[in-house]
Ligand binder design. Structure first.
Ligand code: SF4
Length: 211
């Protein structure tokens, strides 16, 4: 990744996705945490459809403590891995209650102890709730980082995160994360990227995929 290419990519992202932000709906800290846990292998739209109903029916943390695992599963049925997600959310709510008084912790090591919370989820929560500079590497960020040359195609998410941290200014971590997700979700899609319209085609390592 040359400095000139990096600057071109960041300028493009700033121009096209100046107001990119997370698309999961929430009003309370624990609602975001639940939504992010539910978003594994599911779209934000699908998660929002589920959480809108769940949080309307159970609008407080205390009310969620009365929901049984099977009831969560019924709400999550339209999502992939819904049985596992129901188990995670059930345990998550109770653990959050017992160890954190129902308040989502900001420390990564505490978040990682919660059921269903991996590094990506912890990073999303820390960035979104606490404005802590983190880069959550999801499927979109991985793909964009590889295609635009921030990382190699053989790199796993841990290496991609480390490489992005090294090359991006810290104050850009959160913004660039959202911008890469938007670019990946709506333009540089996995199966049918809009390469013919892409101003970064000369930088790209995988242009014209499946065109
Ligand atoms: S050329 Fe195509 S694959 Fe490459 S970054 Fe642009 S849209 Fe994505």
């Amino acid at each position: 990744m040359t400095k000139a290419n990096k600057e071109r990519i960041l300028a493009f992202l700033d121009k096209e996705y100046s107001d990119a932000k997370g698309e999961l709906e929430y009003t309370k800290d624990y609602e975001l945490l639940i939504a992010v846990v539910l978003s594994a292998q599911s779209t934000d739209v699908a998660v929002n459809n589920v959480t809108r109903k769940l949080f309307a029916k159970y609008p407080t943390f205390e009310s969620l403590l009365n929901v049984k695992e099977a009831q969560f599963a019924a709400y999550f049925k339209t999502l992939g891995l819904y049985r596992n997600k129901a188990k995670h959310v059930y345990n998550l709510i109770h653990l959050l209650n017992e160890h954190h008084n129902g308040v989502v912790p900001s420390a990564k090591e505490e978040l990682l102890k919660l059921p269903g919370v991996g590094v990506k989820t912890a990073n999303v929560v820390r960035a979104e709730l606490f404005n802590i500079p983190e880069i959550a590497v999801d499927t979109h960020v991985s793909r964009i980082a590889r295609r635009l040359g921030f990382a190699k195609f053989s790199d796993d998410v841990t290496i991609i995160e480390a490489k992005l941290r090294k090359v991006l200014p810290k104050e850009r971590y959160i913004k660039t994360h959202h911008q890469m997700i938007h670019f990946g979700r709506y333009f540089c899609k996995a199966q049918s990227p809009l390469c013919k319209k892409c101003p970064l085609v000369d930088i790209c390592k995988e242009p014209n995929k499946k065109l």
